[in-house]
Write a protein of this length. Structure first.
Length: 256
Protein backbone atom coordinates (compact mmCIF):
# COMPACT_ATOMS: atom_id res chain seq x y z
CA UNK A 1 0.00 0.00 0.00
CA UNK A 2 2.90 2.37 0.85
CA UNK A 3 4.38 1.93 -2.63
CA UNK A 4 1.08 2.82 -4.28
CA UNK A 5 0.67 5.90 -2.08
CA UNK A 6 4.19 7.01 -2.92
CA UNK A 7 3.59 6.58 -6.66
CA UNK A 8 0.33 8.51 -6.56
CA UNK A 9 1.87 11.27 -4.43
CA UNK A 10 4.70 11.62 -6.95
CA UNK A 11 2.22 11.94 -9.80
CA UNK A 12 0.33 14.64 -7.92
CA UNK A 13 3.47 16.60 -7.10
CA UNK A 14 4.43 16.53 -10.75
CA UNK A 15 1.06 17.84 -11.85
CA UNK A 16 0.75 20.43 -9.12
CA UNK A 17 -2.95 19.65 -8.74
CA UNK A 18 -5.12 17.42 -6.57
CA UNK A 19 -6.41 14.37 -8.36
CA UNK A 20 -9.38 13.82 -6.08
CA UNK A 21 -12.46 15.98 -5.61
CA UNK A 22 -14.05 16.65 -2.22
CA UNK A 23 -17.10 14.47 -1.70
CA UNK A 24 -19.79 16.76 -0.33
CA UNK A 25 -23.06 18.43 -1.01
CA UNK A 26 -22.46 22.12 -0.32
CA UNK A 27 -25.02 24.83 -1.04
CA UNK A 28 -26.78 22.52 -3.48
CA UNK A 29 -23.62 21.65 -5.41
CA UNK A 30 -23.08 17.92 -6.03
CA UNK A 31 -19.41 17.24 -6.64
CA UNK A 32 -18.16 13.93 -8.01
CA UNK A 33 -16.66 12.18 -5.00
CA UNK A 34 -13.07 11.32 -4.14
CA UNK A 35 -11.13 8.23 -4.97
CA UNK A 36 -11.57 5.67 -2.19
CA UNK A 37 -8.28 3.98 -1.27
CA UNK A 38 -8.43 0.23 -1.71
CA UNK A 39 -6.26 -2.52 -0.34
CA UNK A 40 -3.20 -3.40 -2.39
CA UNK A 41 -4.22 -6.27 -4.66
CA UNK A 42 -1.73 -6.06 -7.53
CA UNK A 43 1.89 -5.38 -8.24
CA UNK A 44 3.15 -2.70 -10.61
CA UNK A 45 2.24 0.94 -11.21
CA UNK A 46 -0.88 2.53 -9.71
CA UNK A 47 -4.24 2.14 -11.38
CA UNK A 48 -5.80 5.12 -13.18
CA UNK A 49 -8.65 4.93 -10.65
CA UNK A 50 -6.21 5.86 -7.88
CA UNK A 51 -5.32 9.10 -9.69
CA UNK A 52 -8.70 10.14 -11.15
CA UNK A 53 -12.19 9.66 -9.77
CA UNK A 54 -13.60 7.26 -12.38
CA UNK A 55 -16.83 6.42 -10.57
CA UNK A 56 -19.05 8.53 -12.88
CA UNK A 57 -17.45 7.30 -16.13
CA UNK A 58 -17.13 4.43 -18.58
CA UNK A 59 -14.38 4.13 -21.20
CA UNK A 60 -14.17 3.20 -24.88
CA UNK A 61 -10.87 1.55 -25.78
CA UNK A 62 -9.27 1.31 -29.24
CA UNK A 63 -9.40 -2.47 -29.59
CA UNK A 64 -11.93 -5.26 -29.92
CA UNK A 65 -14.39 -6.05 -32.70
CA UNK A 66 -16.19 -2.75 -32.23
CA UNK A 67 -14.07 -1.17 -29.45
CA UNK A 68 -14.06 -2.47 -25.94
CA UNK A 69 -16.22 -0.51 -23.51
CA UNK A 70 -15.55 -0.91 -19.80
CA UNK A 71 -18.01 0.24 -17.16
CA UNK A 72 -17.84 0.19 -13.37
CA UNK A 73 -16.80 -1.78 -11.42
CA UNK A 74 -14.41 -3.10 -14.08
CA UNK A 75 -13.09 0.37 -14.86
CA UNK A 76 -11.81 0.71 -11.30
CA UNK A 77 -9.38 -2.16 -11.95
CA UNK A 78 -8.43 -1.28 -15.53
CA UNK A 79 -4.89 -0.47 -16.63
CA UNK A 80 -3.36 -1.39 -19.98
CA UNK A 81 -1.10 -0.04 -22.70
CA UNK A 82 -3.75 2.44 -23.85
CA UNK A 83 -5.00 3.61 -20.44
CA UNK A 84 -2.38 3.75 -17.71
CA UNK A 85 -0.62 5.91 -15.15
CA UNK A 86 2.65 7.60 -16.05
CA UNK A 87 3.08 11.04 -14.46
CA UNK A 88 -0.69 11.36 -15.02
CA UNK A 89 -3.36 9.11 -16.56
CA UNK A 90 -2.26 8.51 -20.15
CA UNK A 91 -4.72 7.88 -23.00
CA UNK A 92 -3.09 6.47 -26.17
CA UNK A 93 -4.85 5.79 -29.47
CA UNK A 94 -3.16 4.10 -32.46
CA UNK A 95 -4.18 5.30 -35.92
CA UNK A 96 -5.33 1.79 -36.80
CA UNK A 97 -7.30 1.37 -33.57
CA UNK A 98 -10.79 -0.14 -33.48
CA UNK A 99 -13.63 2.27 -34.20
CA UNK A 100 -16.79 2.67 -32.17
CA UNK A 101 -20.09 2.08 -33.98
CA UNK A 102 -21.27 5.29 -35.64
CA UNK A 103 -17.79 6.79 -35.84
CA UNK A 104 -14.93 6.69 -38.33
CA UNK A 105 -12.01 7.41 -35.99
CA UNK A 106 -10.56 5.49 -33.02
CA UNK A 107 -10.57 6.70 -29.45
CA UNK A 108 -9.56 6.01 -25.86
CA UNK A 109 -12.17 8.18 -24.20
CA UNK A 110 -14.22 8.44 -21.03
CA UNK A 111 -17.99 8.93 -21.28
CA UNK A 112 -19.93 10.46 -18.37
CA UNK A 113 -22.29 8.11 -16.53
CA UNK A 114 -24.68 8.31 -13.60
CA UNK A 115 -23.66 6.55 -10.41
CA UNK A 116 -26.40 3.95 -10.99
CA UNK A 117 -24.69 2.89 -14.24
CA UNK A 118 -27.05 4.61 -16.65
CA UNK A 119 -25.77 7.14 -19.16
CA UNK A 120 -25.71 10.76 -17.98
CA UNK A 121 -28.24 12.90 -19.86
CA UNK A 122 -28.65 16.49 -18.76
CA UNK A 123 -29.96 19.68 -20.34
CA UNK A 124 -28.10 22.92 -20.99
CA UNK A 125 -31.25 24.79 -19.91
CA UNK A 126 -31.78 23.10 -16.52
CA UNK A 127 -29.23 23.23 -13.70
CA UNK A 128 -25.52 23.85 -14.13
CA UNK A 129 -23.15 21.18 -15.44
CA UNK A 130 -19.38 21.56 -15.29
CA UNK A 131 -16.35 19.50 -16.31
CA UNK A 132 -12.82 20.63 -15.48
CA UNK A 133 -9.76 18.89 -16.95
CA UNK A 134 -6.09 19.50 -16.17
CA UNK A 135 -4.28 17.89 -19.06
CA UNK A 136 -1.65 17.99 -21.75
CA UNK A 137 -1.50 16.67 -25.29
CA UNK A 138 1.78 14.86 -25.86
CA UNK A 139 1.66 13.32 -29.35
CA UNK A 140 -0.13 13.73 -32.69
CA UNK A 141 -0.08 11.66 -35.89
CA UNK A 142 2.05 13.18 -38.64
CA UNK A 143 -0.20 13.40 -41.74
CA UNK A 144 -3.44 14.56 -40.09
CA UNK A 145 -2.28 15.86 -36.69
CA UNK A 146 -5.67 16.30 -35.07
CA UNK A 147 -7.40 15.03 -31.93
CA UNK A 148 -10.19 15.90 -29.51
CA UNK A 149 -9.25 16.17 -25.82
CA UNK A 150 -12.68 16.94 -24.35
CA UNK A 151 -16.25 17.37 -25.52
CA UNK A 152 -19.93 17.85 -24.83
CA UNK A 153 -22.23 15.45 -26.64
CA UNK A 154 -26.03 15.40 -26.72
CA UNK A 155 -28.48 12.61 -27.44
CA UNK A 156 -27.77 12.75 -31.18
CA UNK A 157 -24.43 14.39 -31.96
CA UNK A 158 -21.42 16.24 -30.62
CA UNK A 159 -22.14 19.74 -29.33
CA UNK A 160 -18.72 21.17 -28.51
CA UNK A 161 -15.12 19.98 -28.90
CA UNK A 162 -11.77 20.94 -27.41
CA UNK A 163 -9.64 20.12 -30.44
CA UNK A 164 -5.98 20.38 -31.40
CA UNK A 165 -5.36 20.82 -35.13
CA UNK A 166 -1.58 20.55 -35.57
CA UNK A 167 -0.68 23.41 -33.18
CA UNK A 168 -4.01 25.28 -33.05
CA UNK A 169 -5.86 24.48 -29.83
CA UNK A 170 -9.43 25.70 -30.18
CA UNK A 171 -13.11 25.31 -29.33
CA UNK A 172 -15.31 23.86 -32.08
CA UNK A 173 -19.09 24.27 -31.98
CA UNK A 174 -21.28 22.84 -34.74
CA UNK A 175 -18.29 22.39 -37.08
CA UNK A 176 -17.16 25.99 -36.57
CA UNK A 177 -14.17 27.26 -34.62
CA UNK A 178 -15.57 29.69 -32.04
CA UNK A 179 -12.50 30.38 -29.87
CA UNK A 180 -8.75 29.88 -30.24
CA UNK A 181 -7.26 28.81 -26.91
CA UNK A 182 -3.66 28.64 -28.18
CA UNK A 183 -2.67 29.56 -31.75
CA UNK A 184 0.64 27.69 -31.36
CA UNK A 185 0.23 25.04 -28.71
CA UNK A 186 3.54 23.32 -27.76
CA UNK A 187 3.02 19.59 -27.30
CA UNK A 188 3.44 18.58 -23.68
CA UNK A 189 2.23 21.88 -22.21
CA UNK A 190 -0.19 21.41 -19.30
CA UNK A 191 -3.41 23.45 -19.39
CA UNK A 192 -6.78 23.60 -17.65
CA UNK A 193 -10.10 23.61 -19.49
CA UNK A 194 -13.42 24.14 -17.74
CA UNK A 195 -16.70 23.66 -19.63
CA UNK A 196 -19.82 24.95 -17.87
CA UNK A 197 -23.34 24.53 -19.28
CA UNK A 198 -26.47 26.19 -17.91
CA UNK A 199 -29.19 28.78 -18.56
CA UNK A 200 -29.08 27.92 -22.26
CA UNK A 201 -25.37 28.68 -22.67
CA UNK A 202 -22.06 26.83 -22.69
CA UNK A 203 -19.02 28.67 -21.35
CA UNK A 204 -15.46 27.48 -21.94
CA UNK A 205 -12.66 28.65 -19.66
CA UNK A 206 -9.00 28.22 -20.55
CA UNK A 207 -6.53 28.52 -17.66
CA UNK A 208 -9.32 30.25 -15.67
CA UNK A 209 -10.11 32.89 -18.32
CA UNK A 210 -13.39 32.68 -20.20
CA UNK A 211 -12.71 31.99 -23.87
CA UNK A 212 -16.18 31.25 -25.24
CA UNK A 213 -19.82 31.98 -24.39
CA UNK A 214 -22.16 30.05 -26.68
CA UNK A 215 -25.95 29.99 -26.80
CA UNK A 216 -26.99 26.32 -26.84
CA UNK A 217 -30.27 24.62 -25.99
CA UNK A 218 -29.52 20.88 -25.93
CA UNK A 219 -30.89 17.84 -24.11
CA UNK A 220 -29.53 14.37 -23.40
CA UNK A 221 -26.06 15.86 -22.83
CA UNK A 222 -22.97 14.29 -21.31
CA UNK A 223 -19.26 15.05 -21.04
CA UNK A 224 -16.40 13.12 -22.62
CA UNK A 225 -12.67 13.30 -21.89
CA UNK A 226 -9.55 11.52 -23.14
CA UNK A 227 -8.08 11.09 -26.62
CA UNK A 228 -10.31 10.93 -29.70
CA UNK A 229 -8.25 10.84 -32.89
CA UNK A 230 -9.51 12.60 -36.00
CA UNK A 231 -7.59 10.39 -38.43
CA UNK A 232 -7.24 6.79 -39.59
CA UNK A 233 -5.05 4.96 -42.15
CA UNK A 234 -7.30 6.11 -45.02
CA UNK A 235 -6.10 9.68 -44.34
CA UNK A 236 -2.51 8.66 -45.00
CA UNK A 237 -1.25 8.25 -41.46
CA UNK A 238 0.90 5.23 -40.65
CA UNK A 239 -1.10 2.51 -38.87
CA UNK A 240 1.39 2.48 -35.98
CA UNK A 241 1.34 6.25 -35.46
CA UNK A 242 -0.77 7.50 -32.56
CA UNK A 243 -2.31 10.33 -30.56
CA UNK A 244 -1.81 10.77 -26.85
CA UNK A 245 -3.32 12.82 -24.03
CA UNK A 246 -2.39 12.84 -20.34
CA UNK A 247 -4.91 13.92 -17.68
CA UNK A 248 -3.77 15.02 -14.22
CA UNK A 249 -7.16 15.96 -12.79
CA UNK A 250 -10.75 15.46 -13.94
CA UNK A 251 -13.79 16.78 -12.06
CA UNK A 252 -17.52 16.96 -12.60
CA UNK A 253 -19.92 19.32 -10.82
CA UNK A 254 -23.70 19.24 -11.26
CA UNK A 255 -26.11 21.60 -9.50
CA UNK A 256 -29.92 21.42 -9.69
Amino acid sequence: MASRRAAVAAALRYAGVAATAAAATVLGTRLAGPVTPRAESRAGPPLPSTVLNLVPWKISLPYGADTTQVTQPGLAELSDAYFRVVSAVQFTVPVNGAVQAGSVYPRCELREMNVDGTGAAWSTTSGTHTMEIVQRITHLPKVKPQLVAGQVHDAAEYVLLIRLDEDKLHVVYRDRSVAVLEPHYPLGTTFTVRIAAGDGFIDVYYNNARAAHIAASRTGCYFKAGCYLQTNPSKGDAPDDYGQVEIFDLRLIHTP
